[in-house]
Design a protein around this ligand. Structure first.
Ligand SMILES: [Zn+2]
Length: 538
């Protein structure tokens, strides 16, 4: 910990005494992680709970004992906040290990939430309800308001966690890094300005109160010990319209800080719903996919553009979130993080836009050749994932160090303090910068196109991954990736202040790849990139 005049004044014996006293006050557990501390065999820290810089006292009442490990990795200097962030981190990790997107759902389950159906009735403009499962016989009443335009009816009420559920249909996104900021805000305590929105969901038989908007606010409150959440509750809403409104709020109105990957997932749901609607309208069974994407687009005449978008986004989503896609754990989905090298936005603008053609709407049945493993969408997805895995295996796994992350790497090196940044890490970081990746992904594409040009076989250049690629192409792609990685420029530290210093655009790197020099003539590569050389076995 920082400077404590109180601790500095203690003799070693007094210091030991204080350790033991705190340890016994805390029931022999660590203040941050809550796990046992063994004073004989574990290193510990004594730290201020509220930092001195925030007005905490330099006094034993403001001291806590922690594992040294926990103290080193704490996520906030205020230990009360660090403790809660640690708990949340656990919940997030548990969900991730089960390959689920961590969300309000997991936070509720970890806090005895999501147990009971909501029992209520409507008397005129009054909502009558009770939370009797929790042992309170009180009958509660609250006013129902009707929106003059949409006619949607809502009421405002505080709902105990045991009666709250996460809405995975309207809001499939998980929680992201902004949550720690919210926890700090509410801890201060600054008030929350917008309420969480919820609806009553009857799809499972009973009525469940599901939060579909404001899950971060709900999570932050729960992590701070709140046992019931004030919500605006939509009573029997038009679900389609809510989904639509929430999508538009994200992609067009920007009311909610939706990231692009989430809009994809949301579109995925919308695609699934259109498929089902088409089947119903044509009296087809739920597993009947004998119609084409084009037929689907035609069927929903009024929203042709949207349905096309749903189809393409659903495919992008399937590639990004395929469980076997090893690249996805290196993607930073919230846009601002500095742990992972590849932002989703970069991945989308480079890789996905290159290999999933946004203009392609297939005329073949959706289940075309699915039995033979030659379905174009399935091939496209599987081969895109296979290509992602080559990138992950050759550029990232065992090479990129998440502890080092991406923060101020070039500055650190330029200042002469980058000696402990490994070459492999620096290489990975540089290759996944958007302006650089944009260019080498174009070369990856050309590796495939050239193979077919040289063998004289015709290939659909607009949809390269919809046909099965021969083993030789995969070898070429891997060789290219390795040769690209091994170019000296990616580990050249003398270029931190210059070539890698400012933000350069993709054209800058296009010139370098084609001419070996920057637009101002500064030599960067030994020679222009030569595709034939780059696909040779290294
Ligand atoms: Zn601990």
């Amino acid at each position: 910990m920082g400077n404590s005049k109180y601790l500095d004044a203690l003799s070693p014996a007094q210091r030991l005494e204080l350790n033991k006293k705190l340890w016994s006050i805390q029931n022999h557990t660590c203040f941050i992680c809550g796990e046992a501390i063994d004073l004989d065999i574990q290193k510990t820290n004594v730290d201020h709970i509220k930092p001195l810089t925030n007005g905490g006292k330099d006094d034993p009442v403001n001291f806590a004992i922690t594992h040294e490990l926990c103290n080193k990795s704490k996520q906030d200097s205020d230990l009360e906040i660090a403790k809660r962030l640690h708990r949340l981190q656990k919940i997030i990790e548990d969900a991730s290990h089960r390959r689920e997107t961590p969300s309000l759902k997991h936070v509720l389950l970890a806090h005895d939430g999501s147990q009971f159906d909501f029992s209520y009735k409507i008397e005129g403009d009054t909502l009558v309800y009770s939370f009797d499962e929790l042992g309170s016989p009180a009958i509660k009443r609250t006013e129902i308001f009707t929106d003059p335009l949409s006619k949607e009816r809502t009421a405002f009420l505080t709902v105990p966690l045991a009666y709250l559920f996460h809405d995975e249909i309207i809001n499939p996104r998980g929680i992201n890094g902004t949550i720690s900021l919210l926890i700090k805000e509410f801890y201060k305590p600054n008030p929350q300005l917008h309420l969480s929105l919820a609806r009553i969901d009857h799809s499972g038989g009973g009525g469940k109160i599901r939060i579909f908007d404001g899950q971060h606010k709900a999570v932050a409150q729960i992590m701070l010990g709140v046992k019931e959440i004030l919500v605006r509750l939509f009573i029997d809403p038009d679900l389609d319209r809510l989904i639509e409104t929430n999508t538009i709020a994200g992609s067009k109105l920007k009311q909610i800080a939706f990231d692009k990957a989430i809009v994809r997932q949301l579109h995925d749901t919308l695609y699934a719903e259109r498929l089902r609607k088409y089947q119903k309208d044509h009296l087809l069974a739920e597993d009947d996919f004998s119609f084409s994407e084009q037929a689907l687009v035609e069927h929903f005449k009024g929203e042709r553009g949207n349905v096309k978008l749903y189809i393409i986004n659903s495919q992008k989503n399937a590639v990004t979130h395929a469980p076997e896609n090893r690249l996805q754990s290196y993607i930073n989905f919230d846009g601002r993080g500095t742990t992972w090298p590849l932002s989703y936005s970069t991945f989308e603008k480079t890789f996905l836009s290159t290999f999933i053609n946004p203009k392609t709407i297939l005329a073949t049945p959706i289940n075309y050749k699915a039995d033979e493993g030659l379905n174009p969408r399935i091939l496209e997805r599987d081969q895109a994932v296979r290509l992602c895995n080559i990138l992950a295996e050759e550029l990232l796994i065992g090479r990129y160090d998440e502890q080092t992350g991406t923060r101020r790497l070039e500055n650190t090196i330029a200042a002469g303090n980058g000696d402990n940044i490994p070459d492999s890490h620096l290489t990975a970081y540089r290759l996944f910068k958007e302006e650089i990746m944009y260019n080498w992904v174009k070369y990856l594409r050309r590796v495939i196109v050239n193979y077919f040009a040289n063998t004289g076989v015709l290939n659909d250049e607009d949809n390269l991954l919809q046909q099965k690629l021969p083993d030789q192409v995969w070898e070429n792609l891997r060789n290219f990736t390795v040769n690209l990685r091994d170019l000296p420029v990616w580990r050249d530290r003398s270029m931190s202040a210059t070539i890698f210093g400012g933000k350069n655009n993709s054209n800058f790197w296009d010139v370098i790849f084609r001419t070996a020099a920057a637009p101002d003539g500064t030599p960067v590569l030994a020679a222009p990139l030569n595709l034939m050389e780059m696909i040779k076995k290294p």
